[in-house]
Write a protein that binds this ligand. Structure first.
Ligand SMILES: [Cu+2]
Length: 183
């Protein structure tokens, strides 16, 4: 099992009187089947769509004006659109272990399907479409920082994220999950 997490603590000094501190994490993993048991950095619940050995990369950059998050998948089902989001809990043996979506302003009503809360400005949505080789990526920029310890994974779902009232944020079954210790 590989587990590569590098904290990019290197502060980026900008050539201006006020230096801007950039931080974040970068995670690069191989998906492994959840069914085999054990603790994995990245798990797949649907090896026919997200195969054992497919790769995932997540990069986070924080700055004074918000957070940039990028997701890349390699070697998953080709020509398919996936929903993907930052979730609050680590991946586990069961798809639901990763908990709900991370929200900057928490919806008092959970599960949250109110577009006032379940939207890509209040959550991190990373929907992507793969090419003919099964590679694809997406990035998101939000105007806030994660609360410490409350954003723990990225979950890949079976279809694009919905936006309508009563369905907002839903993207079908959870196909795969990667642990990311967002800061
Ligand atoms: Cu999700």
């Amino acid at each position: 099992m590989s587990f590569v997490t590098s904290a990019i603590a290197a502060s980026m000094l900008v050539a201006s009187p006020t230096s801007v501190q950039c931080q974040g994490v970068a995670v690069s993993e191989w998906f492994e089947p959840a069914a085999g048991g054990g603790v994995h950095a990245a798990v797949t619940f649907r090896a026919d769509v997200v195969p054992d050995g497919a790769r995932v990369t997540v990069v986070e950059r924080t700055g004074h004006d918000g957070t940039h998050i990028a997701l890349r998948l390699h070697g998953v089902e080709a020509g398919r659109t996936f929903g993907a989001h930052v979730h609050t809990k680590p991946c586990g043996a069961k798809p639901e272990d990763s908990g709900p979506h991370y929200q900057d302003r928490k919806d008092p009503k959970q599960p949250s399907t109110d577009p006032a809360y379940a939207n890509p400005r209040n959550e991190v949505w990373l929907d992507l479409t793969t090419d003919r080789r099964g590679d694809g990526g997406a990035s998101a920029d939000v105007q806030w920082r994660f609360r410490d310890g409350e954003a723990r994974s990225v979950v890949v779902h079976e279809h694009a994220t919905e936006t309508g009232a009563g369905h907002a944020g839903m993207a079908g079954a959870r196909l795969a999950c990667v642990n990311v210790p967002f800061v």
